[in-house]
Structures are given as C-alpha cells and as structure tokens.
Design a protein around this ligand. Structure first.
Ligand SMILES: [Zn+2]
Length: 69
C-alpha cells in the first residue's frame, strides 16, 4: 500500500500546493483515523517529513482539545 501510494504521488502534495517540489517520504491520512478517517486509498496522501510533522502536531493539538491524549 505504501509503495503504491508513492508510485501515484512521488512528491509531497502539501509542498506541491505551494509550488515547491519535495520528494514524499511519509504516508499520511488526509482525515486522521482518530477523527473518523478511513484507512484506505481514498484517505491517504504522500507528504515529506516536514509537512507530515507539522500536520501531526496540529492533529495532536486538536485531539488534546477534544480530551484525548
Ligand atoms: Zn512537504
């Protein structure tokens, strides 16, 4: 599944949005599993380390506000 994703999306989709070309290294859930996202192809995207870290941090903060973690 991971290899298939990077074949489809070899570049970080978040960086691409800003016109930056970065090789993707992380498989990310667009909608976090903790927020009800599906664990399948429709809910995955390829990110670089930096974008994945920033997104994970934002998700952790949201989770904390909901009372988890
Ligand atoms: Zn990126």
């Amino acid at each position: 599944m991971r290899a298939a994703l990077f074949q489809r999306q070899p570049l970080c989709v978040e960086c691409e949005r800003h016109g930056v070309v970065t090789i993707a290294t992380q498989r990310d859930h667009i909608k976090p599993l903790a927020e009800g996202g599906a664990d399948d192809e429709s809910n995955e995207q390829a990110l670089c380390d930096d974008c994945h870290e920033a997104k994970s941090l934002a998700e952790a903060l949201r989770a904390r506000r909901r009372g988890f973690a």
